[in-house]
Design a protein around this ligand. Structure first.
Ligand code: TXA
Ligand code: MG
Length: 345
């Protein structure tokens, strides 16, 4: 199949995408976080195509995207008071809420769970597409399963070119990491995936919010949150340390150890790139003093290392505050849920 990449700036192209989705096809489109691979959320045959195209396991549920509050009753069976407050504060925006599902959402969307994840994206193209389609759109990130999420149309083409009919090209996405997934079916609510809306900001509205490690141990609450995920082809080693100089020294030592044996990439903040040179492929997503900018370039940078053909990516962990928690989470998963702690931190 030839994959067409068409400008999302044209109304005609949005109408075409809406028509494709209504007829049971799958289309890639931009959101403010990452590109999504959308299908009619009420059509289980269409949703099955999304799983097949992504090579995504059927136990990993999808997020349902809506464009207006009117669409909510078609997706969830009831809306708790906490959800009302959150929607008012953060929708449209990068916050996904897990609530009990309505009958209209087929089991394949939620991987058989009684709950559904729903969000209203704050991206004009995504909103226009959902509005024109007139149906909630189920969409995971538009990458092949396990690959870094796409933040540009070219990334979608890299992973799914030849497999889908249409990619709406809306340029680089603004936020760059996926939405925060918050489970509202228990109290206090649990952050299943840190993302575009930070824990601190959520707590400002809700009071206490937990991370899975702080809630009941051992319960798999979000089947998609596997240990190995967001992985580039290279092996990722994540270094964390205090003060930062210690972690940089450990990265340097590892570079020396691997020199001549493997092609090495180093991902550090801008202000630390001066420590590396020679054969090492050094790429920076930006300054760790500007974590929003780092988030927006994170996946692009990881894909850049793949293009450079490195065997290893030695990465410095960002501070785990604000959106830094989401950046840390993606790097931690890319590293197979391991972190090399330098000097007891
Ligand atoms: O920013 C985003 O959220 C992007 C854009 C396209 O909206 N979407 C995205 O979808 O990242 P995906 O499929 O890559 O990640 C969805 C996450 C998975 O970790 C999945 O396990 C979780 O949401 N999830 C979905 N439904 C759930 C449910 N009912 N209960 C718990 N977790 C759920
Ligand atoms: Mg994903």
């Amino acid at each position: 199949m030839r994959t067409r990449v068409l400008s999302a700036g044209s109304k005609k192209n949005i109408l075409l995408a809406a028509r494709l989705i209504r007829s049971g096809e799958v289309v890639a489109f931009p959101t403010e976080t990452v590109y999504g691979l959308g299908a009619d959320a009420t059509n289980s045959v269409a949703v099955a195509k999304v799983f097949a195209l992504k090579e995504r396991p059927s136990f990993d549920p999808l997020i349902v995207h809506i464009a207006s509050f009117d669409m909510l009753p078609a997706v969830v069976s009831s809306v708790p008071e906490s959800a009302q407050r959150l929607m008012k504060a953060f929708w449209p925006g990068p916050l996904t809420l897990v609530m009990f599902k309505s009958e209209a959402i087929p089991d394949i969307v939620t991987a058989g769970l009684p709950t559904v994840a729903v969000r209203m994206p704050s991206n004009e193209v995504a909103l226009a597409l959902i509005r024109e389609t007139g149906i909630p759109i189920a969409a995971p990130s538009a990458n092949r399963f396990g690959r870094p999420s796409p933040t540009r149309a070219e990334h979608v083409l890299e992973d799914l070119g030849g497999k889908i009919a249409l990619i709406l090209d809306g340029g680089a996405t603004q936020i760059g990491v996926e939405s925060t997934v918050l489970d509202l079916t228990c109290s206090p609510p649990v952050i299943l995936r840190p993302g575009g809306v930070s824990r601190e900001v959520l707590e400002g509205v809700l009071g206490e919010v937990l991370l899975p490690s702080e809630a009941d141990e051992g319960i798999v609450r979000s089947p998609g949150q596997m240990k190995q995920h967001y992985a580039p082809k290279a092996r990722v080693l994540l270094f964390d340390g205090e003060p930062r100089g210690r972690a940089i020294a450990a990265i340097k030592a590892k570079v020396n150890e691997l020199k001549g044996v493997a092609r090495v990439g180093v991902m550090v903040p801008e202000e630390e790139t001066c420590h590396f040179g020679g054969d090492v492929v050094v790429m920076s997503p930006g300054s760790y003093n500007e974590l929003e900018a780092v988030a927006s370039r994170l996946f692009e940078t990881l894909r850049g290392f793949d293009r450079a053909g490195v065997d290893y990516i030695l990465a410095l962990a960002p501070p785990r505050k604000g959106i830094g928690l989401a950046i840390f989470d993606r790097l931690f998963k890319a590293a197979g849920s391991q972190v090399i702690r330098v000097n007891g931190t």
